[in-house]
Design a protein around this ligand. Sequence first.
Ligand code: FES
Length: 125
Amino acid sequence: MNYTEKVMDHFMNPRNVGKIEDANAIAEVGNPSCGDVIKMYLKINGEMIEDIKFQTFGCGAAIAVSSQTTEMVKGKSLKEALDITRDQVADELGGLPAVKMHCSNLAADALHQAVKTYMKEHGIA
Ligand code: FES
């Protein structure tokens, strides 16, 4: 299977791994087909994502995608985070092998779920 150098880099040196103790938005998403799970922790201030970390119990592609996603949204607004698609994350990594494209779903889905829940709880439209 051919992974891009960028995928390998994010897999070998994942950014923003771990847990944010005082996170105010958390989401956990699982992939029923493989059993892998991603948990995202966000520290949101107003409408800005100040910090984001992840814990991924999954394949290398899922770890790389999680890492890439956190880099794309740190310091961005909630609306900008919602605009990030699964395909954009995979594109930023230079693509994923076709059989691993489903792995790109988890991180974006977890991010969107955390942001939407936060917006709902705080009355942000
Ligand atoms: Fe499960 Fe990649 S094989 S997310």
